[in-house]
Design a protein around this ligand. Structure first.
Ligand code: ZN
Length: 339
């Protein structure tokens, strides 16, 4: 497919959209977008307007969502409708999306449970805040601290008067104690994310204990050891691994593995394809993606500090992403809470 064909696809998509064939439009736009990304191009090079870019990115989200939902059993019709709204919408209305998001329940995604306390696991695993707290949200921020990114996040949280849970990497706590002190001074909750962000299932029991122990010794300098002891596995890996449960339980039986039910997908932002304005737009669309997640009830939201995988630490992305996430989550009726 050459550039002109991508242009034609975009035009055909616009016609389909006018006729109310939103899913067809999303498919065509998705094809054009994929083509462009695989060729390392940028929408700017194709002369797209900001508005078109916004529509295309929304369509891409919608298409992925529709594909995903199509593979699920159960009440997918309404979920599919969400994707149609996202693809066909000209102006995103948070109230509308929020109302719809709240109307879903966990039955839509049966794999997501509030709490896994099965006998085969030694430690509880937390996915959400529970149905009784469905208008509450816990914002969790992994992988910090880092001198280039943590402070813009702290400033954004402070401007919005939001407290979050920072799952910190122990070796970075040791390297940047002054930033950890600022996080704690701002009233946020600091918790362990392992010493070096190693994948726990790949470690020996002794290595797992060492990761836990070294990180807690670093964190103890900023707050007393909490009980229950919230811990997020690096990458979330090992939450259903009995070896991991046994090793961590042996270290401290009060550990709760804090997973998540809503991934903001901030760590998958395709920065290498985007200029600054587009990055900020991307941040905004990731918020849309998050808020249209059917699991967005009493959510534990996964987000990141120091997204090293992206090879960029652009503060503009973090500011835009967290501002929009907080504003829209509140406009949808949720309040942020700490453990
Ligand atoms: Zn992480």
């Amino acid at each position: 497919m050459d550039e002109r064909t991508a242009q034609e696809l975009t035009e055909s998509a616009a016609i389909a959209q006018q006729k109310g064939r939103h899913l067809d439009a999303a498919a065509m736009l998705h094809e054009a977008l994929t083509h462009d990304q695989w060729n390392g191009g940028s929408w700017r090079a194709l002369g797209r307007s900001w508005y078109e870019l916004r529509q295309l990115r929304a369509a891409e989200n919608a298409w992925h969502r529709a594909e995903l939902l199509g593979s699920l059993d159960g009440p997918t019709a309404r979920l599919r409708e969400m994707a149609l709204i996202a693809s066909g919408r000209k102006a995103f209305s948070p109230e509308e999306v929020g109302a719809r998001a709240r109307s879903f329940n966990h039955g839509a995604l049966p794999a997501i449970e509030h709490f896994v306390a099965d006998a085969e696991f030694r430690l509880p695993v937390l996915f959400s805040l529970g149905e009784q707290n469905r208008f509450q949200a816990m914002l969790t921020i992994d992988d910090g601290p880092h001198p280039q990114t943590s402070r813009v996040i702290l400033k954004t949280l402070k401007d919005h008067a939001v407290k979050a849970v920072f799952f910190l990497v122990g070796s970075s706590v040791e390297a940047y104690p002054e930033i950890v002190a600022e996080i704690v001074a701002d009233g946020h909750y600091v918790a362990s994310h392992g010493w070096r962000h190693e994948r726990f299932p790949l470690l020996s029991p002794e290595e797992m204990v060492d990761e836990m122990d070294r990180t807690e010794r670093a964190l103890m300098q900023f707050r007393p050891t909490p009980k229950p002891y919230y811990f997020r596995l690096p990458g979330g890996d090992g939450w259903a691994d009995q070896r991991v449960h046994a090793a961590i339980h042996g270290w401290n039986p009060d550990v709760v593995l804090v997973h998540w039910c809503v991934d903001s997908t901030d760590s998958m932002a395709p920065f290498e394809f985007l200029d600054k304005e587009a990055r900020e737009l991307d941040a905004e669309l990731r918020v849309l993606h998050t808020l249209t997640d059917p699991a967005f009830s009493a959510p534990i939201i996964l987000a990141h500090d120091n997204i090293v995988v992206l090879r960029t630490r652009d503060p503009a992305f973090y500011h835009q992403f967290y501002s929009r996430l907080i504003e829209e989550t509140r406009r949808c009726g949720f309040e942020f809470v700490l453990p």
